[in-house]
Design a protein around this ligand. Structure first.
Ligand SMILES: NC(=O)c1ccc[n+]([C@@H]2O[C@H](COP(=O)([O-])OP(=O)(O)OC[C@H]3O[C@@H](n4cnc5c(N)ncnc54)[C@H](O)[C@@H]3O)[C@@H](O)[C@H]2O)c1
Ligand SMILES: O=C[C@H](O)CS(=O)(=O)O
Length: 483
């Protein structure tokens, strides 16, 4: 019996019609806190995805003719509807993903903010009137919507990762086919419910759940689909980008991270500990911008470890719907095995567990928030994205050591530095090879600022005044015969 929730839909949304997979196949969706089955979703594949792309193309031919102001007005109705239902959307998100309810409602609020931001940006998609080199011609460069967009999104932020793509796409005049993560489909489907309620025309937003490989293959190969935007792991993103480029699709890739969190001797200790707790343990350590390595200068090291150990051991672990819980379960047992591997590898190479280090007494995929010291660059935790509540402390001596250690990774998404020396703050910010830098701040994401990675953390930028560009194309018009 599926759970009771006012925004629960257990079908795909294609051309404004809620529908099952053509062969009736389904996939169960479970609550990671309890293991209970919440419901199911269609196991759709290529045929359903083709139908969704066809619908999105037909809708695009009309949606692109709407004025930017009319698109923006409808987007603001979606923004208002999301905020009006943020409590229920947050509860649904916690049920399917496990994050603490306050974080879930915060994510829904951020998702609405992306929709509002791009509703405002819709009317600022400017082109150029170019000074002509010819007396009898006039030159224009016009920004137009790229067309039908395929979006594939992760489980860790099942609302805001869709909203920051959907907002930019709708504002630019594009239509979309979304494939949400199989573990967390209901937040996406709930956005579909609200879009339908506020009056988005059928086919503007389509949501297809099921076989990731089959759905992605249709997105890559279907000539009516012009762009693929992906948020997820670097390994999947690289493979998907290669397939998409084989068919000359535009691609945006928001991929994995391995954020350094640098603390200098002159840092405000309390602020640095508070920032490290946010950057490391938000979403139970399952964010792309999580501090994966905490680099602490030797002079402040012991004091930092003592304060951090107190904060880490004080966190309440449990079902995200329970009051006071700040750490939920990992999404699945694969996540548990990965943190166990990282801890075992680190200890075998000389690290010390200060607090945590084992599965939580609650069982299932709950894990003790863990702090280790004596971490070194030869450890797995230094090279791979842990994506779990594990805080490894590395020690460094000089500014040059800190930058070298921080940049010693193929990733380049988020980074953080705590210092009260302004010159040092700029030297480190300018030396970090990352798309995002938090200076004396551990949580920096906002819809108004650009979000995108360097190196193997991705291609493209989401949010900010730049985020809409990837959903447009430039057309050059040369008007001659003017006598
Ligand atoms: N840079 C960012 O903005 C950002 C944001 C959130 C998460 N992430 C990254 O995402 C990862 C965690 O999310 P995840 O576990 O859902 O990632 P994932 O790559 O396993 O899955 C992401 C999406 O891709 C789909 N997918 C899986 N295999 C596929 C395939 N072969 N072809 C096409 N699609 C496929 C999944 O169903 C899901 O919808 C982490 O690495 C995290 O850093 C990055
Ligand atoms: O996991 C990656 C998300 O982009 C995290 S954030 O909420 O956008 O910072």
């Amino acid at each position: 019996m599926p759970m009771s929730h006012p925004l629960l839909r257990q079908q795909c949304l294609i051309n404004g019609v809620w529908q099952d997979a053509m062969d009736g196949a389904t996939i169960a969706v479970s609550n990671p806190s309890t293991g209970d089955v919440l419901g199911s979703i269609p196991r759709a594949g290529r045929a359903e995805t083709k139908a969704a792309i066809d619908a999105a193309h037909r809708a695009f031919l009309d949606w692109r003719t709407w004025t930017a102001a009319d698109r923006a007005n409808l987007m603001m109705k979606l923004h208002d509807a999301i905020l009006a239902d943020k409590a229920e959307l947050g509860r649904l998100l916690t049920l399917e993903m496990g994050k603490p309810l306050a974080e879930a409602v915060g994510e829904v609020t951020l998702g609405a903010a992306y929709i509002r931001w791009f509703a405002e940006e819709a009317r600022r998609v400017y082109g150029d009137v170019i000074p002509s080199p010819w007396k009898n011609r006039r030159l224009l460069a016009v920004r137009e919507p790229v067309g039908v967009v395929g979006a594939i999104t992760p489980w860790n932020f099942p609302n805001s990762m869709i909203a920051r793509k959907l907002g930019a796409a709708l504002a630019a005049g594009c239509t979309m086919v979304v494939k949400p993560a199989t573990q967390t489909p209901y937040s996406a489907l709930a956005i579909g419910v609200l879009a339908e309620q506020v009056g988005f025309p059928p086919g503007v937003l389509n949501i297809v759940t099921g076989s990731a490989a089959e759905i992605a293959a249709e997105m890559c190969e279907n000539p009516l689909l012009r762009k693929i935007t992906f948020t997820g792991s670097t390994s999947v993103g690289k493979a998907l980008a290669a397939k998409a480029m084989a068919h000359m699709k535009r691609v945006s890739m928001e991929l994995g991270g391995n954020a350094p969190f640098i603390v200098f001797d002159d840092a405000d200790l309390d602020a640095a500990v508070a920032g490290a707790m946010l950057a490391k343990f938000r979403n139970t350590g399952q964010t792309c911008v999580c501090a994966n390595r905490i680099l602490v200068q030797s002079g402040i090291h012991d004091a930092f470890v003592e304060r951090m150990a107190t904060a880490v051991s004080a966190m309440k672990v449990g079902d995200g719907l329970q009051d006071g819980v700040v750490q939920g379960p990992l999404i699945d047992m694969a996540g548990v095995r990965k943190i166990e591997e990282h801890i075992a590898d680190a200890v075998a190479k000389g690290a010390r567990v200060v607090t945590g280090g084992a599965r939580h007494a609650l069982g299932g995929s709950f894990f003790q928030p863990t702090l280790i010291t004596g971490a070194t660059s030869d450890m797995a935790v230094a090279r791979d994205e842990t994506f779990a509540p594990l805080a490894p402390i590395f020690q460094f001596e000089t500014e040059a050591d800190a930058l070298r250690m921080a940049n010693d990774t193929e990733y380049g998404l988020a980074s953080y530095v705590y210092t009260r020396d302004l010159g040092r703050a700029f030297r480190i910010m300018e030396g970090l090879d990352y798309g995002l830098v938090g200076i004396n701040e551990g949580l920096i994401t906002t819809e108004v600022a650009p979000f995108g990675g360097h190196k193997e953390s991705g291609v493209g930028v989401e949010g900010s005044r730049h985020g809409i560009d990837d959903y447009t194309t430039l057309k050059y018009a040369c008007i001659g015969g003017l006598g």
